[in-house]
Design a protein around this ligand. Structure first.
Ligand SMILES: [Fe+2]
Ligand SMILES: [Fe+2]
Length: 478
């Protein structure tokens, strides 16, 4: 473990001078990118952050105040499992690879770059959010997510530099050059170009979009390319917190919404400065339908190739499945043919995106059930609902077709007629944005969201999670 090196790491970086030099050359470019595209207005503030310092289960992280540009972004892989073998696909049972097999070089590079690109993209999408934080607690959590997405970029760039030579170096540079939402140099995946400029969207992003990341990382953690497996395994440890931020953020919003709904004779939370539950539902419809696209096409030869080559497994491939070849079975997929939904049997390997999407959807359903328990506990009769995965799709076999939120096929006219009931309107978005005023007094929380259940790492809720110029400026303005 080399914690005090220029680049903290547990990969014996100092033994590989070539790699060390390459990464030390990339480091200042990364810092420049962070200063330019990282959280706007808080680069000099002291933030109470968690920093990864080891991969052991007990005490892998350290908490202290740090200025974000001085955060110790490190490279950590989980320890190699002795005798680990490839657990699925055509090479099942063979020893895992510690070098990139020549014939898989291009496809593996594409997988790593696509994952890597999402990490800085989300930091860019969220860079203005700090200016309207609903509390110091939330401000700190935003920054925690941001610095860890930065570390995830480091994890992927390490693989590019170590295993892909010159191509890898070029990819690593380009990862710092693309910009979320820039029409000339956009990020690779479209969801990562959408604005996340208010906090309801931020919580939806960390709930739904980051959760796609969890399932992608988990299937890469099964990879036969061992360094990728070990890197993503450790990323998942950090990712759990990001999902916590999203899920509890929405839970806190619906709690407050329910409380304000009760106060109004007509049940309108907006009259009391809250986000009404129907608007929360529209945001869920929007962000869920955008995030499910990230799993890729329902019938996919790419997915089949990733699996057969042993690069990307199913979610918990080893524990959950007996047949690791996935050559025999079929997946029965809803397809739209002759004017109606019918089931078609798709060879399992071609349906692996859908298999992973199933895991994701049921995880999201679990969260919605939890939010509904919160609403019910406040005594309000309103139920949130996850829309059908067919609803509002731009890619895959449901693109260009129209479905209601229950997944029933409808005409385009019927969809357009109800669009404003299902998806946020410009007025909804303007209303939500109008609520976004910063609240940065320790212990205080914006009116439209309930306080969190407890502080970070045993700290009291009035803990000063962020302090410095940026926060002081907001106090001056507030
Ligand atoms: Fe990440
Ligand atoms: Fe994340």
């Amino acid at each position: 473990m080399s914690l005090f090196d220029k680049i903290p790491n547990n990969v014996n970086l100092s033994d590989d001078k070539r790699l060390q030099r390459a990464l030390e050359t990339w480091q200042p470019d990364f810092i420049n990118w962070w200063r330019e595209m990282g959280p706007s207005g808080f680069q000099e503030d002291q933030v109470y952050l968690r920093t990864a310092i080891s991969v052991s289960n007990d005490g892998w992280a350290h908490y202290d105040y740090v200025k974000m540009p001085e955060y110790r972004w490190g490279i950590f892989l989980t320890p190699p499992e002795p005798g680990r073998t490839i657990s699925f696909g055509d090479h099942a049972g063979q020893p895992v690879w510690n070098e990139v097999p020549g014939e898989l070089r291009n496809v593996l590079r594409r997988i790593i770059v696509t994952q890597a690109d999402t990490e800085p993209a989300s930091v860019e999408q969220q860079r203005m959010l700090g200016l309207t934080a609903p509390s110091l607690y939330d401000l700190r959590n935003l920054f925690q997510v941001n610095v860890e997405e930065g570390r995830h970029l480091w994890a992927m760039v390490h693989l590019l530099h170590q295993f892909f030579g010159r191509d890898g170096r070029e990819e690593a540079e380009q990862l710092l050059q693309r910009r979320a939402g820039n029409p000339d140099t956009p990020r690779i995946l479209s969801t990562f170009n959408e604005a996340t400029d208010e906090w309801l969207s931020f919580f939806c992003f960390t709930m739904f979009t980051d959760r796609d990341g969890k399932y992608q990382l988990a299937s890469l953690a099964e990879s036969g390319f061992d360094p990728l497996s070990r890197a993503t395994r450790f990323m998942l440890t950090e990712e759990a917190f990001h999902l916590f931020v999203g899920e509890t953020g929405i839970d806190r919003i619906v709690r407050r919404s329910a409380q304000l709904t009760k106060m109004d004779p007509n049940g309108d939370a907006r009259k009391h400065g809250g986000i009404d539950l129907p608007t929360v539902q529209k945001y869920i419809n929007y962000w869920f339908s955008s995030a499910v696209e990230l799993f890729g096409g329902e019938i996919s030869t790419n997915a089949a190739e990733f699996f057969s080559t042993g690069l990307k497994g199913r979610y918990r491939e080893k524990e959950k499945y007996q047949d690791h070849a996935a050559l025999e079975g079929f997946y029965s997929l809803d397809v739209f043919e002759n004017g109606r939904i019918q089931q078609r049997e798709v060879p399992l390997r071609n349906a692996l995106n859908e298999v992973l999407r199933d895991e994701y959807v049921s995880d999201c359903e679990r969260a919605v059930r939890k939010w509904n328990r919160t609403i019910a506990a406040e005594g309000v009769g309103f139920e949130l609902k996850l829309p059908s995965r067919k609803f509002n799709r731009k890619m895959g076999i449901y693109a260009g077709l129209y479905f209601d939120t229950d997944g029933n096929p409808i005409s385009q006219e019927a969809f357009e007629a109800r669009r404003d009931n299902w998806l946020p309107t410009p007025e909804d978005r303007a209303y939500v944005r109008s609520l976004m005023v910063p609240v940065v007094e320790p212990g205080k929380v914006a009116h439209w969201i309930a306080p969190p259940a407890k502080g970070i790492e045993g700290t009291p809720l009035d803990f000063e999670y962020v302090r410095g110029e940026g926060v002081n400026r907001l106090r001056g303005n507030a």
